[in-house]
Design a binder for this molecule. Structure first.
Ligand code: ADP
Ligand code: MG
Length: 292
């Protein structure tokens, strides 16, 4: 079969691994930079033009859309959907996952454990906002940040107030969240493909850092999830409508709390921590669904 990986950077570990895993199974793999695609829309004949040529005979698509190009990337994925080509991430689910607030609302409705979170429309009443999450210490997050950038820990009420006022003044949308101290600077990432946890790791932030992101210097080790953690991760991916997902959770005194559900989870951290061929699982998922 002929599979396309939508990726703005063919040199990324994840992109390269998917190409390699597909070729190993005898497929033709093409990497398409979605930011350079033109979309032709006319009555019943949608098409995608790439480097001056119409893309033809694609059997399946793996979107790897970066957070900075969600808008255009989603349009490209949607175009493939209109062409009735299977994509491992649906355009709707991709958009949903990129909005932290919307994601939390969906996860809350699904009955999942979450850190208590408050969102307000630049409320001047920062004291009330702070009291709703049980006071400081608390975490303030830019609504559209990734890789730990835009996630701030406020140790006390005074700093919480001034940080909130600063973000409000900049008209930057933030959520305010209770700080889960007992997570001790670590979180869990469950990598899900088609309703199965295919790998899980624990990420520990570097010394003195509460954010466990690998991009912020955290380190990852393989972990065995409890049944409760596994079920929460699967339920979260399902609620978000994602066939492939990286579900991040904090281990708290009241059980697993979902932090976020990533729709283009990286392969490097999880494959090196677990030693598993996750790219191969993604290709299998594509094979199963592109078949018909
Ligand atoms: P990003 O999308 O930038 O990765 P996250 O919400 O995942 O933002 O936060 C980054 C990291 O900060 C998490 O992986 C976790 O280690 C830590 N963290 C986030 N929220 C909390 C919280 N409420 N309590 C404790 N630690 C948190
Ligand atoms: Mg994160």
């Amino acid at each position: 079969m002929k599979f396309a990986i939508l990726s703005a950077n063919p040199n990324l570990y994840s992109t390269q691994r998917l190409v390699e895993a597909g070729k190993k199974k005898g497929h033709e793999m093409v990497v398409i930079d979605h930011t350079k695609c033109d979309l032709v829309i006319e009555k019943k004949k949608p098409s995608v033009i790439y480097k001056g040529e119409e893309l033809k005979d694609i059997d399946g698509v793996i979107p790897r859309i970066g957070a900075s190009v969600t808008f255009y990337g989603t349009a490209v994925v949607r175009q493939f959907e209109m062409m009735k080509i299977f994509t491992t991430t649906e355009s709707q689910a991709l958009v949903r996952s990129r909005d932290k607030l919307r994601s939390l609302q969906i996860l809350s409705r699904a009955g999942l454990g979450l850190p208590k979170t408050v969102f307000s429309n630049y409320s001047k009443n920062v004291e009330t906002v702070i009291s709703h999450v049980g006071g400081a210490p608390l975490v303030i997050k830019l609504l559209e940040g990734t890789q730990g950038l835009g996630v701030v820990l406020a140790d006390n009420k005074n700093s919480a107030e001034s940080i909130l006022e600063a973000f409000n003044g900049l008209q930057a949308r933030v959520i305010v969240q209770e700080f889960i101290k007992e997570a001790k600077g670590a979180d869990l990432r469950a990598f899900i493909v088609d309703g199965v946890v295919v790998g899980a790791m624990k990420r520990q932030g570097k010394e003195g850092e509460f954010r466990s992101n690998l991009h912020r210097g955290g380190s990852a080790t393989i972990v065995e999830l409890t049944d409760e953690e596994e079920n929460a991760a699967l339920k979260a991916a399902k609620a978000m409508g994602l066939g492939i997902a990286g579900v991040d959770m904090l281990q708290s005194a009241r059980g697993p709390l979902i932090l976020e559900v990533n729709s283009s989870p990286g392969l490097e951290g999880i494959e090196s921590a677990t030693g598993k061929d996750i790219a191969g699982k993604i290709i299998k998922y594509l094979e199963r669904n592109a078949d018909h």
